[in-house]
Design a protein around this ligand. Structure first.
Ligand code: SF4
Length: 429
């Protein structure tokens, strides 16, 4: 067997599990150990007949295969003749690729934006503004004796989160693991995570702000006078308050159910108020976003470093930040852009049709390893390596730990990484 005993870092989600062992046979991965099904699908896509293989140029409604050099030269021509390019994606690109994307955006006075706004861009921005520290997942494992999943469902989305870090393993101060760790879940439906939680807090849709306000009120010593809170019976609510007051270390992992349930900003602000209050009351309380895409956190941090905002940064002439979008949706709807470079993202399938139509109407370059809907409608498609499997680099885990990817040696070089393509592109601009 080739490759037995070697490990790779899975880029199936922002947990970036670094203990994935594999076996190879005839240049193909034949066995994977410790990986979950999402990660398995990602690794094996590198060998799928559907993976993109050749650079494509659109002409007269169909694609023709071209060389990598020709595709990059055409892409450079499109960007050079554009007044304001949109550079979109980034949550599924390495830190090195994101740096290059920002450099291209600055050089061309373009708009740098991506899926950070759909995910946890604003919540990470707010946490940093409030000076909220973020522990490493290993610290949570060792110390958290109360874990809350709020609007997050790792039972379906981050399949190894509970088993590897947050719930089941034994830790230094939680020597019996799940037997002594309390698990609470707040959600609007009976998800697979709520099912295994000891405290099940099933709230009305959009009830997060009401629940958060009531918790804050209780912790401030102002008991609420109601029969139920956001659809939760008072008894269940008060039991949860007691757990928060009694357990020394609460780790709250929050998902899009909190940040995108109608009153996203209000929810996130109340949520961090609750976290602050618990810490002021002598408890340790940490909050961590359950970022989805493998490098969403890296994309947010790099955007903040470059332009002070977590997404929607418009670079003016000379590379200065000309404006920042309050909402990337508004920016994508109303800002002017006349070409698009899309890296590892499929906006035509995920964005409102008005924005999708705009992107379809302008010259578009896509870097991906799949022929996504956006790639199918692009002018130039450049196949790139599956990150972590066919190419290396760095990515930032959900707890902001920077992880070095360790691709499978024999597969490196089959396809250029997103970083290599962007680097060649930048040199031609
Ligand atoms: S939990 Fe995420 S990083 Fe870990 S194996 Fe599954 S997809 Fe990969």
């Amino acid at each position: 067997m080739e490759g037995l005993g070697q490990t790779l870092v899975c880029t199936g989600c922002s947990l970036l599990c670094d203990d994935i062992e594999y076996e190879m046979e005839d240049g193909v991965v034949s066995k994977l150990y410790h990986i979950c099904m999402h990660g398995y699908d990602k690794v094996m896509f590198a060998f799928s007949p559907q993976r993109l293989k050749a650079p494509l140029l659109s002409s007269n409604g169909s694609f023709r295969e071209v060389s990598l050099d020709e595709a990059i030269s055409k892409a450079a021509e499109v960007l050079k003749s554009s007044k304001k390019p949109l550079l979109y994606g980034w949550s599924c690109a390495t830190n090195e690729a994101i740096d290059l994307g920002l450099e291209i955006a600055k050089k061309l006075g373009g708009i740098f934006d991506g899926t950070m706004w759909i995910c946890h861009g604003y919540s990470i921005y707010l946490a940093k503004k409030l000076g909220m520290g973020l522990p490493k997942l290993e610290e949570v494992l060792n110390n958290a004796d109360h874990v809350v999943f709020w609007g997050a469902n790792p039972g379906d989305n981050h399949l190894r989160h509970m088993s590897r870090y947050a719930v089941f393993p034994r830790g230094e101060r939680v020597p019996r693991g799940i037997e002594t760790r309390m698990l609470s879940a707040v959600d609007i439906r009976m998800t697979s995570t709520v099912k295994v939680a000891m405290n099940k807090l099933l709230i009305n849709p959009g009830g997060d702000a009401e629940l958060l306000s009531a918790l804050i009120s209780e912790l401030e010593g102002k008991p609420i006078q109601r029969e139920e809170v956001a659809g939760i019976p008072l008894k269940t609510f008060l039991e949860f308050v007691d757990v928060l007051k009694q357990r020394p270390y609460t780790a709250i992992f929050y998902g899009l159910g909190l940040t995108h349930s109608g009153k996203g900003k209000e929810n996130v602000e109340l949520f961090y108020r609750l976290v602050q209050l618990l810490n002021q009351n002598g408890k340790s309380c940490i909050a961590m976003p359950m970022a989805g895409h493998y490098n969403m956190v890296g994309a947010v941090i790099k955007s903040l470093d470059a332009g002070g905002g977590p997404f929607a940064i418009d670079f003016g002439e000379g590379g200065e930040v000309a404006r920042r979008g309050e909402s990337a949706l508004d920016a994508l709807l109303s800002w002017e852009y006349d070409s698009a470079l899309i890296v590892g993202s499929d906006p035509l399938s995920s964005l409102p049709s008005e924005i999708a139509q705009r992107i379809r109407s302008i010259p578009t370059i896509v870097l991906d390893y799949r022929l996504s809907l956006t790639a199918k409608h692009a002018d130039i498609v450049i196949p790139v390596a599956v990150p972590g499997v066919e190419s290396g680099g760095h990515a930032t885990r959900m707890d902001e730990e920077v992880v070095t990817l360790s691709p499978i040696g024999g597969l490196v070089g089959r396809f250029p990484s997103d970083e290599e393509v962007l680097d060649k592109l930048l040199k031609q601009l």
